[in-house]
Every structure is written in structure tokens, then in C-alpha cells.
Design a protein around this ligand. Structure first.
Ligand code: BDR
Ligand code: CA
Length: 309
């Protein structure tokens, strides 16, 4: 399968790239970088370094949006470190970003292979919204879109109701949800339930080799942050779980379909991902997304460890 990854690496973005890179059947056709966990220059540079680390040098990496469509950017150095990778220094990248923007790269790739490319979006959705502006047929040209983002029934993580990727660019997310993609949503509803346990993190420390060692060092920083939330040293694996839903759909054990919207104006709820969950929802022209509610956790954790071996 052919996959375009739009991301803001980012520690869990790194593990998502590792998950995909470890799979021979996955061709990573391009990577778009976006602001989010850090500035876009840093996330693009990290994407290049990570592709080297995980054995996929030469994948085109494009610099994308440096800021949201409307609001001011907010970064997450307290979660991902000053360099976006837990302050772990990786060797300088072997390549440079391509000339095209992330949105242009995505549009060019899917125009050349209509209906053949899946998109994994694990950062703010700004690049995708810009790409829809460039090519309104994007939702038909992309085969399947898996988004890590949102909190539908679960609480938010950057405010009571909003999740970081959606909240970092609510207008962009709303444009993507409205566009009519074949869309799977991997929201906090499932990512906060399917975590890298203390045992899994300990098992990773036993895996020899540079990939596992570096990734374990990223996750040391990340689990320091998450220990404050969970009360134990474990961490959410938001972005790799979305990668798994894309490439290993048999891991999905539960999902429901609903049209999604993003609250753009609420003083308390701006950035909230809204579904009409009433037994008899209002009529809605919007194409429903599939919200993932269950995954085979043990197999996911095993596959994530295998990816880092
Ligand atoms: C999402 O926000 C980012 O910090 C993570 O990389 C993930 O994509 C989780 O809310
Ligand atoms: Ca991310």
C-alpha cells in the first residue's frame, strides 16, 4: 500500500513513522510536515532525521504550514521537548526537504495515482485543508484518510473539550471533516485507553539496536509528561495507533459512524470535535466518519515493539 504521512514529529509521530517504515508492504510516498508539536522547520527536519533512523532515507519530505489558518500557533515543547524529540539529538539528516509545499506534494502525488494513496494525518490538519483548496477533488483522489485527532465522548487534552491536533487548527479540521473523505478518526476516546504500559516500555529497553535505543530515549521524556496524567510511567500512543488502524485494519474491534463537526466559536468549547450521538440524530448531508472505539491492544503493542526491533 502507498501512504502519505502528514505529521508534526513529535515523539508519538516518530513511533508512527517507525510503525510504517518497518513494513515492507508499505511504501511511504511522501511526508508532509506541519507546525504543532514544534515549529514546522523543526518538525520537517525531525521527519528527515527519523526517516534515516527508521531506514527510509530518500522519502520526499515537504515543509508545510507554519501556522494555523486563522488563530495563532501554540506549540507543545512541554510534551515533546525543546527539539520535538524529547531533547534526544539525532544525526543530521541525509537529505533536504523538497521544493513543493506539503499540500502541493500531496496534491501532485494523488493526481498522479488517483484512488491509490492513503493518507495518515497525525498533526494539525492545516496542510490537508490547504490541499483541498488547491484540489477540491482531493477527497475522491485519496483512497482513505486516517486522522489522529479529536475527543468525541472523551475529555479533551488541551482544554476540557478539545484535543491538540483539532484545537491547533479548528478551521482546518472543520474543512477536512466537511470535505467528504473516506475517513477513520482515531480520537482520544481510544488513544487514551490503548497506552504503552510500563511493561511495554521496559520491554523496549531490552531491544538492541539504535532504533529501539533512540526511540526509548524519546519515550523516557514523553512518559515523564504522561506520568503526571496517568499516575504511573506509561504513555499514550496516539499517532502509532492511527498508523496501525491504517495498515492493520483487522486490529479494529469497534467503531461507529457519525458525521463530525468542529466547534469554531464556543468560548469554552472552541476546537471540540462534535458528533450528534442522539439515538435519532438530526438529518445530515455530511458524509459520516468512522470513529474507532476498540482495538486489539496486545497485538498492537506487539506490532509496535516488532517495528522497533
Ligand atoms: C496529538 O497531539 C500531538 O501532540 C501528538 O503528536 C498527537 O498527534 C495528541 O493529542
Ligand atoms: Ca502528532
Amino acid at each position: 500500500m502507498r501512504v502519505f504521512v502528514d505529521c508534526d514529529p513529535g515523539i508519538d509521530d516518530a513511533v508512527a513513522l517507525a510503525y510504517l517504515a518497518a513494513r515492507d508492504e508499505v511504501e511511504i510516498v511522501g511526508v508532509g510536515a506541519v507546525f504543532g508539536n514544534n515549529s514546522v522547520d523543526v518538525t520537517a527536519d525531525n521527519a528527515l532525521r527519523l526517516l534515516d533512523l527508521y531506514g527510509r532515507p530518500g522519502v520526499p519530505v515537504a515543509v508545510g504550514a507554519g501556522r494555523p489558518l486563522v488563530q495563532e500557533p501554540r506549540l507543545a515543547e512541554h510534551v515533546h521537548g525543546g527539539n520535538g524529540l524529547g531533547d534526544v539529538e539525532l544525526p543530521a539528516p541525509s537529505g533536504k526537504p523538497v521544493r513543493e509545499s506539503a499540500a502541493e506534494l500531496l496534491v501532485n502525488l494523488v493526481r498522479a495515482a488517483p484512488g491509490e494513496i492513503d493518507v495518515l494525518a497525525v498533526g494539525p490538519l492545516t496542510n490537508l485543508a490547504i490541499a483541498i483548496g488547491l484540489e477540491p477533488e482531493l477527497p475522491r483522489l485519496v483512497r482513505r484518510l486516517v486522522v489522529m485527532g479529536g475527543a468525541v465522548r472523551a475529555p479533551g487534552n488541551v482544554s476540557s473539550h478539545a484535543e491538540a491536533n483539532i484545537n491547533n487548527d479548528p478551521e482546518a479540521a472543520e474543512a477536512v471533516f466537511a470535505a467528504g473523505f473516506d475517513l477513520d478518526l482515531v480520537a482520544l476516546d481510544i488513544t487514551m485507553e490503548t497506552v504503552a504500559t510500563p511493561e511495554w516500555l521496559a520491554a523496549l529497553k531490552e531491544v538492541p539496536g539504535e532504533r529501539a535505543e533512540r526511540t526509548s530515549a524519546f519515550l523516557d521524556f514523553y512518559s515523564d509528561f504522561y506520568a503526571g496524567l496517568f499516575g504511573v510511567r506509561q504513555c499514550a500512543m496516539h499517532d502509532p495507533l492511527a498508523a496501525a488502524v491504517l495498515v492493520d485494519p483487522h486490529l479494529v474491534t469497534g467503531a461507529y459512524e457519525t458525521p463530525l463537526r468542529v466547534e469554531l466559536s464556543g468560548g469554552l468549547t472552541r476546537g471540540m470535535t462534535v458528533a450528534d450521538l442522539r439515538p435519532r440524530p438530526a438529518r445530515d448531508e455530511r458524509r459520516p466518519a468512522r470513529v474507532i472505539t476498540g482495538v486489539a491492544e496486545e497485538e498492537f503493542l506487539g506490532r509496535m515493539l516488532d517495528a522497533l526491533r
